[in-house]
Design a protein around this ligand. Structure first.
Ligand code: PEP
Length: 258
């Protein structure tokens, strides 16, 4: 049974509530053109989660949040808990996005706490991993990604990990217009799946989805999605317009590469 592709729109700090709802309503009308084996997820800023959930009610598309905090409640001004994310109607949550790791100083240990909180609340975490340019130039990319995975999944039981999604996002490809070649992406996805297999066993490793993210657009999506190893795409800039995001989701129908 092939893994369904997962195409997710990370809007970052873009779109007011009304802009997010307008996007969701326009996309909704076009969802029948997205291949049936493709799951679509919109990830607005926190304020947009509930309104976008409502705009997509009954449609074949889901909503995620961009972050969470690991404590359940209390004196954590400005933070949002996993239960709050869930209560707003989100099914997914990004954990460890590179803009949080490298822009907001999130360590591997912080990412691990967030992943545990997401899983504890029954959210599907999209765990983002990826190396910087200097790490890649130093030949350290697999080492870095495996370290990020190992710390994030510390103490996690195989059955709890199963629902999580991994997003391989090389930092040098995010928002730069520079995409990893499908060959480089495939090589890393294979390394990630091998790591998952060693950690969780073959059945769970085979079930888990591994997305690619980094300057994906409608022109390069089909080539990436045609690879068996690439189970979907996490899209930033090109997800802000309905036409380009839809073009990427429609590319999930691309014929498998030889
Ligand atoms: C992202 O935000 O996860 C991302 C991949 O951004 P972009 O598509 O703009 O590179």
């Amino acid at each position: 049974m092939p893994r369904p592709k997962l195409i997710a729109a990370n809007w970052k700090m873009n779109k007011t509530i009304s802009e997010a709802v307008a996007f969701a309503s326009e996309l909704r009308a076009s969802l029948p053109s997205v291949p049936a084996h493709c799951d679509v997820v919109l990830i607005p800023a926190f304020f947009g989660v509930r309104p976008v959930v409502d705009a997509l009610a009954g449609a074949r598309a889901w909503v995620g949040a961009q972050d969470l905090y690991w404590e359940k409640s209390g004196a954590f001004t400005g933070e949002v808990s996993a239960d709050m994310v869930k209560d707003a109607g989100a099914m997914y949550v990004l954990v460890g996005h590179s803009e949080r790791r490298h822009g907001m100083g999130e360590t591997d240990a912080v990412v691990a706490k967030k992943l545990a909180a997401a899983m504890g609340a029954g959210l599907t975490a999209i765990l983002c991993v990826g190396e910087t340019l200097s790490e890649r130039e130093g030949g350290l990319e697999a080492h870095v990604v495996e370290r990020q995975l190992a710390v994030a999944f510390t103490g996690v039981a195989p059955d709890d990990a199963r629902a999580s999604v991994i997003a391989y996002e090389p930092v040098w490809a995010i928002g730069t217009g520079r995409t990893a070649s499908p060959g480089d992406a495939v090589a890393m996805h294979r390394a990630i799946r091998a790591w998952l297999q060693g950690r969780f066993g073959p059945v769970i490793a085979k079930a888990m989805r591994i997305q690619y993210g980094g300057s994906v657009n409608p022109a390069n999506a089909a080539d990436l999605l045609s690879r068996d190893e690439i189970d979907g795409l996490l899209v930033g800039g090109a997800s802000l317009e309905v036409a380009s995001f839809l073009g990427i989701a429609q590319a999930a129908g691309a014929a498998p590469a030889d």
